[in-house]
Ligand binder design. Structure first.
Ligand SMILES: Nc1nc2c(ncn2[C@@H]2O[C@H](COP(=O)(O)OP(=O)(O)OP(=O)(O)O)[C@@H](O)[C@H]2O)c(=O)[nH]1
Ligand SMILES: [Mg+2]
Length: 297
């Protein structure tokens, strides 16, 4: 008999880019803890969302991870390493598939890695709201050959299928202590929330390769005497030619991004926010390990 009256565990959420991992974390937590975009490779950190089910005395720590892809540079390699590293600490892996995309080499590679990782795996077939019945059934059948613990069709965007999914997850958790207070939703520091929200606004407004070349750092975040939160942030791009795009005509883009981010930040922190945002070039930051260290990857 265990001496814990509670259950808890780390659930690593993995899958190819853009399948809806971050959307799923937000739906399970019931709050926006991870940023989302229609572009692949949005998530660049492991982001923890926390779900405490008081009636079951259970706490799930959901670990959102970057999508696994063929790495093209030092950043890509670091992201993949990060994902596989998160599996080492996981009690359960939640493997997300996109019902509208046929299972491909990338998915099979992840499935193999999961089989080797020695953790129980639950497969969520996502985006059933926009997939045909045949597509969903076909994918459940094909993925079923991997012989994982359970298969659950869901729509992360509409929060459909969350109850059966949570049921499957809870069944695989062992007795253990809560890692966070029962009302916690995330363990992200304010600086990271702020940087991610600013990056999200850029992702939805920039075209082509530029989103992937952009990183955001918070230079300072402080609460002033009058209660206003002052945030000093820099958007970093890779080349001189990108700087103008990130600033926009007459500063219009950086201004719009700043305004949109500020609205979200004020909601998040429940206080007035004063955001200073500027743009800077760091040549080829994605390829240089020393720069990646400095940017916190
Ligand atoms: N229709 C539909 N769209 C979804 C669903 N879940 C996610 N999406 C959309 O899919 C896109 C990618 O969602 P994300 O949650 O950012 O995907 P991700 O797997 O975290 O992507 P990376 O962080 O890049 O690996 C966004 O445009 C979402 O709105 C869903 O259940 N239905
Ligand atoms: Mg994501």
């Amino acid at each position: 008999m265990s001496h814990f009256e509670t259950r808890s565990g780390f659930i690593s959420i993995v899958g190819r880019p853009n399948v809806g991992k971050s959307t799923l974390v937000n739906s399970l937590v019931g709050e926006k803890v991870a940023i989302i975009s229609r572009r692949p490779q949005t998530t660049r950190n492991t982001i923890r969302g926390i779900v405490t089910l008081s009636e079951l005395n259970t706490q799930l720590v959901l670990v959102d991870t970057p999508g696994i892809h063929k790495p093209r540079n030092a950043l890509g390699e670091r992201l993949n390493t990060l994902v596989y590293g998160s599996l080492a600490e996981a009690d359960v892996a939640l493997f997300v598939l996109d019902a509208t995309k046929r299972i491909g080499r990338g998915d099979r590679l992840i499935a193999e890695r999961l089989q080797q990782a020695g953790v129980p795996v639950i497969v969520a077939v996502n985006k059933v709201d926009i997939a045909g019945k045949a597509e969903v059934l076909g994918q459940l059948g094909e993925a079923g050959e991997w012989d994982f613990e359970a298969y659950v069709p869901i729509s992360a965007k509409r929060a459909d299928g969350m109850e059966p999914l949570i049921g499957e997850l809870v069944e695989l958790l062992n007795p253990g202590p809560f890692f966070f207070p029962p009302d916690a939703k995330s363990d992200q520091p304010d600086e990271l929330f702020a940087a991610e929200l600013i990056r999200e606004k850029y992702l939805s407004r920039l075209r082509d390769e530029l989103p992937h070349s952009l990183a955001v750092v918070i230079n300072e975040l402080e609460t002033l005497e009058n209660g206003v939160m002052r945030i000093d942030a820099t958007a970093i791009v890779e080349r001189d030619s990108q700087k103008g795009m990130a600033i926009g005509k007459g500063g219009s883009l950086v201004r719009d991004v700043g305004t949109e981010a500020r609205v979200d930040l004020e909601k998040l922190f429940g206080t007035k926010v004063f955001l200073e945002l500027n743009v800077k070039v760091e040549k080829d930051w994605q390829r240089k390990n020393e720069l990646l260290d400095r940017l916190g990857f």
